[in-house]
Every structure is written in structure tokens, then in C-alpha cells.
Design a protein around this ligand. Structure first.
Ligand code: NAD
Length: 497
């Protein structure tokens, strides 16, 4: 797509007011392929005003009619997902099969939202007090803002907007300025699905757009996904402005390998989860914790597999694509330099990769460090690249303590054939999403996605029933219909009779 990606407001493309633009690059070739509008404060006003104006009619549209639009969107998405995947690969760099996987996981949330009439049902009690009935409803909030990261241009926004829209809210989506075309494509799809103009808007930009949305009095709720420092800022600023906020942050995900594990399975999955999408996943495994003497054999198996990976342009038959930007490439190679300087053993060096690509793309190959210590920056920091660190511990207890001492708590996995150990781990580990012999335990759409500790600010996770609650507010109605027996004055607090 690329070219110049403008905002999408009230059902049509709208160039920004501020005259600020960012570059869009093709990470596999290193070439600039387009530009994106970077919103001004005025653009924020225009986008939120559109969402506010569209809200009353959309809120009052019947659930049946709203659901028909969500169903139509699902059909169009399913038919067009190859095109969307190719757009993602061209701006993000991940291989097209992986991009297709991302779209499919987002589509599952759309399918979940098709059941909104059931999900939004309240409850009713007849004759709670004599002649008095009570019922509860959940109502939409109004205009909501969704702010996305670069690494899932389609899936992460789709964690939120299908549910927000199906529940009757209107949306301003602010995608990452590095990968804006997927959001733009999705906006046009909504229009084709029959969504009224102004119900779904895309505002492109950087921190100016984000801070404008956080402060805007008409924005009722903010769903954010990105790095931990920005997530914390979004949570603190948004809540200070009286908004409901869920802010999902960064991660450092551990894979614990117990001595009884199938080491071939563990090595396969460490490589899949560590290097898929070039490690640019919030659920990527970045630390392998080898327990009780399995490390030598495990590291050898991981090394053998990492060296076999085909790195190149995601449009070719590659296993792994480039990083998103030259800055990301520089940051990741900087961490590899630091790991070496700190004394970790570099078993596979991704700096030496020879990618199958034309031009000067942002590639770093799979990298594996052994003998990593918890004080090293390759362990303490979220690298967000294809760098796997192996830490050696003596016991299961040491492994759990190590995971629990980490400031992040997004995902984790244990590899073992011991059901008792796995059961103990799922109970003791302080992490929001746990895999047992499953390395990337991303919950299904009908469960909720979210981490603990510095991986999520707020108390509501994404999608599933928690997502429905986030985008609606409860109301309880107590009613009594006229009956002569109700006459009379009583100043006491209402009591049930
Ligand atoms: P980022 O924090 O740099 O950007 C995220 C969003 O915030 C973007 O839309 C960006 O424009 C905006 N932004 C950036 N700096 C800002 C600032 N100073 N003030 C206000 N807004 C700002 O994150 P990213 O690099 O796009 O994405 C990668 C990060 O996202 C990683 O840390 C990754 O772990 C995290 N992530 C987390 C999850 C999760 O579910 N927890 C999922 C995907 C990605």
C-alpha cells in the first residue's frame, strides 16, 4: 500500500493539518516506500469529534443490526487476509505466513465479537421485593481510543476494536507510525462491511496523537499496547484524566526446561518462539532456563537448529525476516556486543548473517548466548530481537525464583513430562499467561490476554469477557409498576419486603 498514508476520519481519507510526516520503510530492502501523516493536536480534535458525533446513532443501532456489520466484516476479512498479510510483511518485515497467522488470530476476536448479543446480556430478577423487579444491562462507553505497537499491525488492534464496536462504542485507532497501512486497509473494510461513517476512525501519528487522545475529555477509555515505559505513561496520564485504561507493556518471557523434558521438543520450541517474527513478539521466548544439567545438550540442539534457519525477505521462502527499522537493528546488535563484553558465551552470532534479500535491509540473524547471568543487560532488558539467552540453574525452585524475580510477567512456559511439576509451576509462577509444553501461550479470543507486573497497567486484560467488560459499563435498574398498595410515605432506607 504505502504511498502517503493519511488519517481516515468520518469514512474518508483526510490529510493532516500539521504538515508533519514520518517515513515508512520496507525492512527487507531498507528502502523508504512511503510517508505517513503525523497528527497535530488539531487532527486529534477532528478525529475525536467524528467519533463523538457518530456515537449516539451507533449506540442506538439494534444489536441485531450491529452484529450483521461485524459478521460482514468477518467475511470480508477472511476473503482478503492474504492481501492484508502482504501489507504487513511490506512494512513490518515478518514472513508472509507469519503475517497471515497474525491476521487469523485477530479474526478470531472478530468471530468472538459476533456473539455480542449473548455476551452483553444482563440478568433479571422478578419480585426481588414485593412487586419490585431488578435487571442489569451493560451499555457502551462512547468514543474509545486504541493505540497499537508496531509488531502486530493488525492483530493487536483487533484484540480491541471488534469488541468495542460490537458493544456500541465508536473508535479512534492510532496505529504505530512504523506500520500504518494495515489500519488504513481495515478502515476501508469496515466501510465495505456497512459500518456507518465516523464509527471507526484512524488517526496516524506519534506521541503528539497519543498525548492528545489521553487528555481529550470526550475519550472515555484507552486500550494501549507497547513498551513498558510508554504503557506506564499512558496508564498514569489516562487515569489522571478520568479515563478507563488498560495498558499492556513489554515482556521478558522465560522457558523453563526441566531435566525430564523431551529436549528435541524443547529445542524446536525455543527456536520457534525465540526467532519467530525475528523475536519481535511480546510473547517471544527470550530466556531459556535450563534446570539441573540439561544445558549442554539443550544448547547444542538449539544451536544446530538456529544455524539452519533461512533468513531473508519475508516475501521469499524465509523462516525469519528482518527487524522493523535500522534503529531496531542497531539496538539489537548493540545488545549482542554488550552480552559478549559482559562475558556471556555467544554460541550463535546473528551479526554475521547473510540474508536472502535485495538491498540493505535491517537484518540480524538468530543469536544464542549461553552462561547468561541475571545482571547482564541481555537478561535484564527487553531486547525485542532474535536473541536467545540460556541461563543455568540447579533446581526447579531456583528456576521459579528466577522467573518470579523478573520485573515482567507476560508469558512463560515450562517443558517437562512431569504433570506434578507442571501443575506446581502453573500455581507458583507470577506470570499472566502460562504454557505447559507450549512455548507461546497466547490465549484464545474467548479467554483474555494480559500479563502481570510491569507487563500490564490496569486490571482488565484484552478480549474475552474481560474485554466486553472493559468496553461497557454496568447499570442496574430497580422498577415497580403502579399498584395502589404502594401508596404511602416512608423516609426509611429502601428495604426488601
Ligand atoms: P512503543 O511503546 O514504542 O510504541 C507503542 C505506541 O506508543 C505507538 O503507537 C507509538 O506511536 C506510541 N508512542 C511511542 N512513544 C510514545 C511516547 N513517548 N508517548 C506517547 N506515545 C508514544 O512500542 P513499539 O516499539 O511500537 O512496540 C514494541 C513494544 O510493545 C515491546 O515492548 C513489546 O513487548 C510491546 N508489546 C506488548 C504486547 C502485550 O500484549 N503486552 C503486545 C505487543 C507488543
Amino acid at each position: 500500500m504505502a504511498g502517503t498514508v493519511h488519517h481516515w476520519i468520518s469514512g474518508s481519507e483526510r490529510p493532516g493539518e500539521g504538515g508533519r510526516y514520518g517515513d515508512i520503510s520496507d525492512p527487507a530492502t531498507g528502502k523508504v516506500t512511503g510517508q505517513v501523516d503525523l497528527a497535530s493536536a488539531e487532527d486529534v480534535q477532528v478525529a475525536v469529534a467524528a467519533a463523538k458525533a457518530a456515537f449516539p446513532a451507533w449506540r442506538d443501532t439494534s444489536l441485531a443490526a450491529r452484529s450483521q456489520v461485524i459478521f460482514a466484516f468477518r467475511e470480508l476479512l477472511n476473503a482478503g487476509k492474504q492481501e492484508l498479510a502482504e501489507i504487513i510483511t511490506a512494512e513490518h518485515g515478518k514472513v508472509t505466513a507469519d503475517a497471515l497467522g497474525e491476521v487469523s488470530r485477530g479474526q478470531e476476536v472478530v468471530e468472538f465479537a459476533c456473539g455480542m448479543p449473548h455476551l452483553i446480556k444482563g440478568s433479571a430478577t422478578e419480585n426481588a421485593s414485593t412487586g419490585v423487579d431488578v435487571h442489569s444491562v451493560r451499555q457502551p462507553l462512547g468514543p474509545v481510543a486504541i493505540i497499537g505497537p508496531f509488531n502486530f499491525p493488525a492483530m493487536v488492534p483487533m484484540w480491541f476494536f471488534p469488541i468495542a464496536l460490537a458493544a456500541g462504542n465508536t473508535v479512534v485507532l492510532k496505529p504505530s507510525e512504523k506500520v500504518p497501512s494495515a489500519a488504513r486497509w481495515l478502515a476501508e473494510l469496515w466501510q465495505r462491511a456497512g459500518l456507518p461513517d465516523g464509527v471507526f476512525n484512524v488517526l496516524n501519528g506519534d506521541h503528539v496523537a497519543v498525548d492528545g487522545l489521553l487528555a481529550h475529555p470526550d475519550v472515555r477509555a484507552v486500550s494501549f499496547v507497547g513498551s513498558t515505559p510508554v504503557a506506564r505513561h499512558v496508564y498514569e496520564t489516562g487515569t489522571r484524566h478520568g479515563k478507563r485504561v488498560q495498558a499492556l507493556g513489554g515482556a521478558k518471557n522465560h522457558m523453563v526446561v526441566l531435566p525430564d523434558a523431551d529436549l528435541d521438543l524443547a529445542a524446536d520450541q525455543a527456536v520457534n518462539a525465540g526467532f519467530g517474527s525475528a523475536g519481535e513478539r511480546c510473547m517471544a521466548i527470550s530466556a531459556v532456563v535450563a534446570v539441573g544439567g540439561v544445558a549442554d545438550a539443550l544448547v547444542q540442539k538449539i544451536k544446530d537448529r538456529a544455524l539452519e534457519l533461512h533468513v531473508g525477505d519475508g516475501r521469499r521462502s524465509s523462516d525469519m525476516g528482518p527487524l522493523v527499522t535500522a534503529q531496531a537493528q542497531e539496538r539489537v546488535t548493540g545488545y549482542i556486543d554488550a552480552g559478549e563484553a559482559d562475558g556471556a558465551e555467544l554460541v550463535v552470532d546473528g551479526r554475521k548473517v547473510e540474508p536472502d534479500a535485495d538491498g540493505d535491509g535491517f537484518f540480524v540473524g538468530p543469536s544464542v548466548f549461553d552462561h547468561v547471568a541475571t545482571g547482564m543487560s541481555i537478561y535484564t532488558d527487553e531486547i525485542f530481537g532474535p536473541v536467545l539467552s540460556v541461563l543455568r540453574v540447579d533446581t526447579y525452585e531456583d528456576a521459579v525464583a528466577l522467573v518470579n524475580e523478573n520485573r515482567y510477567g507476560n508469558g512463560t512456559a515450562i517443558f517437562t513430562n512431569d504433570g506434578g511439576a507442571a501443575r506446581r509451576f502453573q500455581n507458583e509462577v507470577e506470570v499472566g499467561m502460562v504454557g505447559i509444553n507450549v512455548p507461546v501461550p497466547v490465549p484464545m479470543a474467548y479467554y483474555s490476554f494480559g500479563g502481570w507486573k510491569s507487563s500490564l497497567f490496569g486490571d482488565t486484560h484484552a478480549h474475552g469477557v474481560e474485554g466486553v467488560h472493559f468496553f461497557t459499563r454496568g447499570k442496574v435498574v430497580t422498577s415497580r409498576w403502579l399498584d395502589p398498595s404502594h401508596r404511602g410515605i416512608d423516609l426509611g432506607f429502601p428495604q426488601n419486603r
